[in-house]
Write a protein that binds this ligand. Structure first.
Ligand code: SF4
Length: 723
């Protein structure tokens, strides 16, 4: 037994070697290694692959590299649990820079268990940057092991190994600590170890996430950041991977070997100063992270409440940022990568668990982020911050996505309310709104793979099918209230009053996550994009712009969660022009290459359109797949309509041209629905036109040619759809 409390020698006794690969260590040059690492956990092959000049020029890095490698690995009939499916982790040229805040993100891609198309997640933690400095621009993991394995990349010694790992834990908060205790050579070396893992929940549910660790030397704990969306954790455990581990101890400010270190530091310093001076007045990210959004969303009627029926609740103050601020530890540099002064990766220390297999343990809970507060709080009617914290902790350690768990549980609760479910069907769980203990028990049943937990673990699309087939539920009702699109559960914003956000969600390539476009304030609150063409322009620009963060290994938050003091007086404040200039400057400082605003958009447009064609290749991504459930467009029920009757009556009068006086509520619901659905059709037309796609949402040959991605295999997918 070591100081850590783990019997590391006992665990190591079970490590039967599978394979080993030695590689030549060499420095990163201007942000790139120009090679990737291939690991097959099924047959034990490990190899390095050169990055071609074309791949670097067209796909840039990060998500672009991950998608290109994944395309080459799978075929149109590949399912998520086929051995050829991959989990690809790629970083991008700027990733690993410690001079500009938010430069440590990894991008993970795989074929998703819930959507069947490529999913991509942007995640912090040290794994990606360490992997890059260990010598690789991407890690490509393929195959399926027949027993649990660990992959260890020793970036100090230049060795990659696969070995069996029968004894290690599966739940991430234990496993991440075991990996630190096992691979660190001494106390100081603990911060040089990072792991990727999933938990027991990811073995039983399709909504599994990955946990990327970073060792917090002040707290002396391995903390976790999630690659949450689309079930990549499920793919990971299906491959019987317990952990991917990297060690790298040589980090310094010039590890990227940038073209212009002084320029990079100068641009970084500007933003550091801005954050330190302005964050307290703007978003309070350094105090409470993204959880500051809860009260703002509630105020604007945008906070999902009871499965997105409503946008606010009188109980919401129970979940406001001050409630969580009182629980997290302050005064620590909470960056999920070195040099991030935004420091929004908050954590509550010494949190005593009240339920589940770790009941009574005092743990560090990472978060909560806004999405978790809304998903595991207001959207299921829970307003007790301790319950939200406990759900947050168990979702993370079980390897389950808090957003998908929250949205799925909200759907379960509404199905209970509507009589689709009862306690015989849920195994005795009373899934009423606000029943925190029932939500926790449901989560533990997913973790154990037991009873109704297995059904809930399908996610919303799977439950819709199951409830219709097994319980005779009305498929139309389930479609209206089940908040998923393409198979991915919605993230946590009410989009009913913003047509642009409905598009931003439902046209997002991977499914409704807000990282492509978040236009609610621009559209609904500030009315800056009133026409279909204005909305289409925003739905062209912002997804392209935001894609760029995923090509570079950057975090989006320092772009617009902090703004220069004079930003509102610029021509285009929503774009935060000064920060865009910063990004062009740091790109040049790292790579030595000039990039202007058009070039930035073009880098993204190549990968974005390639991903679009990839989705079509895998069987989704056309107009029909971009259609939201009506709950995300407008009031489905009489109850919802009547809760905001003044607003909706006014819209009928002023926008639809119908006098609601004398109409029954069901009639008004139907009239509003017809109007909103028609507007959504018009939005689709306008956006597809702007993106250079057909009316069916297929990129044209001209668009692909113009972007230089008219590869034969790409044209082969689209051409039959263009006749
Ligand atoms: S802003 Fe927050 S999430 Fe982004 S890199 Fe910094 S600490 Fe991590």
């Amino acid at each position: 037994m070591t100081e850590s409390g783990f019997d590391i020698a006992g665990l190591e006794a079970g490590h039967r070697p599978v394979s080993e690969f030695r590689y030549e260590k060499r420095p990163v040059v201007r942000g790139y290694n120009d090679r990737t690492l291939y690991v097959n956990v099924g047959d034990g092959r490990i190899a390095e692959k050169p990055v071609s000049a074309d791949m670097r020029a067209k796909f840039t890095g990060g998500k672009g590299y991950g998608l290109r490698l994944l395309w080459d690995a799978v075929n149109p009939s590949t399912k998520w649990d086929d051995p050829e499916n991959e989990i690809n982790i790629a970083m991008g040229p700027v990733c690993g820079n410690t001079n500009y805040p938010g430069s440590g993100k990894s991008l993970v891609v795989s074929i998703s268990p819930t959507t069947g198309i490529p999913i991509d997640c942007n995640v912090g933690g040290y794994f990606g940057p360490f992997l890059k400095f260990a010598g690789f621009d991407a890690l490509e993991v393929q195959g399926k092991a027949d027993r649990d394995v660990i992959v260890f990349i020793d970036g100090d010694d230049g060795v990659v190994s696969i070995f069996e790992a029968p004894g290690e834990a599966v739940d991430s908060h234990v496993l991440a600590e075991q990996m630190v205790a096992m691979f660190a050579r001494d106390e100081k070396d603990r911060q040089h170890i990072s792991s990727v893992s999933a938990g027991t929940g990811a073995e039983h549910a399709l909504i599994g996430c990955l946990n990327f660790s970073f060792y917090d030397k002040r707290r002396k704990v391995a903390r976790l950041k999630q690659a949450g969306r689309g079930g990549i954790g499920t793919v990971f455990r299906d491959k019987k991977i317990k952990a991917l581990v990297v060690r790298y101890s040589g980090l310094d400010v010039s590890s990227n070997n940038p073209a212009d270190l002084a320029g990079l530091q100068e641009t970084g310093l500007k933003l550091h100063r801005e954050i330190v001076t302005l964050d307290d007045q703007q978003c309070r990210m350094r105090e409470i992270g993204t959880a500051h959004l809860t009260e703002i969303m509630d105020e604007y009627d945008l906070l999902p409440t009871r499965n997105y029926k409503f946008g606010s609740s009188p109980d919401s103050p129970g979940l406001n940022s001050h409630a969580f601020s009182a629980m997290v530890t302050h005064g620590l540099p909470d960056g999920c990568w070195y040099g991030c002064t935004m420091a929004c990766a908050k954590a509550a220390d010494g949190f005593e668990l009240a339920t589940g297999p770790y009941r009574g343990h005092k743990v560090t809970v990472d978060g909560p982020e806004y999405e978790t507060v809304a998903g595991c709080g207001s959207n299921i009617g829970v307003y007790d911050p301790r319950v939200v914290m406990e759900l947050n902790f168990y979702c993370d350690t079980y390897g389950l996505d808090t957003i998908s768990f929250g949205t799925s549980t909200a759907f379960v609760m509404e199905c209970w309310e509507k009589g689709v479910l009862d306690s015989t069907r849920t195994g005795g769980l009373e899934m009423t709104w606000g029943n925190g203990p029932a939500a926790l028990e449901l989560l533990h049943r997913i973790g154990r793979g037991e009873g109704f937990g297995l059904v809930a673990g399908f996610g919303v699309r799977g439950m819709k099918k199951y409830f219709a087939e097994h319980y005779g539920a009305d498929p139309k009702l389930l479609q209206d209230i089940g908040c998923e699109c393409k198979g991915l559960e919605y993230s946590q914003y009410v989009s009913k009053e913003s047509l642009a956000q409905q598009g931003g969600y439902s046209m997002a390539l991977k499914g409704p996550q807000h990282d492509e476009a978040w236009l609610i304030f621009m559209d609904m609150v500030n009315n800056r994009i009133p026409t279909f063409e204005d909305k289409a322009e925003a739905l062209y620009y912002f997804p392209m712009f935001r894609t760029w963060f995923g090509l570079q290994g950057l975090c989006k938050l320092p772009w617009n969660d902090i703004e220069p003091a004079d930003n509102s007086s610029t021509d285009e404040p929503a774009k935060v022009p000064e920060h865009v200039e910063n990004y062009l400057a740091i790109y040049k400082a790292v790579t030595g290459n000039d990039l202007d605003r058009d070039g930035l958009i073009r880098q993204s447009a190549r990968v974005y359109n390639f991903q679009k064609v990839f989705c079509i290749r895998m069987g989704k991504g056309r107009r029909i797949d971009d259609w939201p459930p009506y709950r995300m467009m407008g009031p489905v029920t009489v109850e919802e309509y009547e809760s905001r009757a003044d607003r909706y009556d006014k819209q009928l009068r002023e926008q639809v041209g119908i006098d609601p006086a004398g109409m029954g509520t069901p009639e008004k619901v139907a009239a509003l629905r017809a109007y909103r659905e028609d507007r959504y059709e018009k939005l689709l037309d306008a956006v597809y036109r702007r993106k250079g796609w057909t009316r069916e949402g297929v990129p044209t040959v001209e668009t692909l040619h113009d972007l230089g991605i008219d590869y034969p295999e790409v044209l082969e997918v689209v051409k039959p759809l263009l006749v």
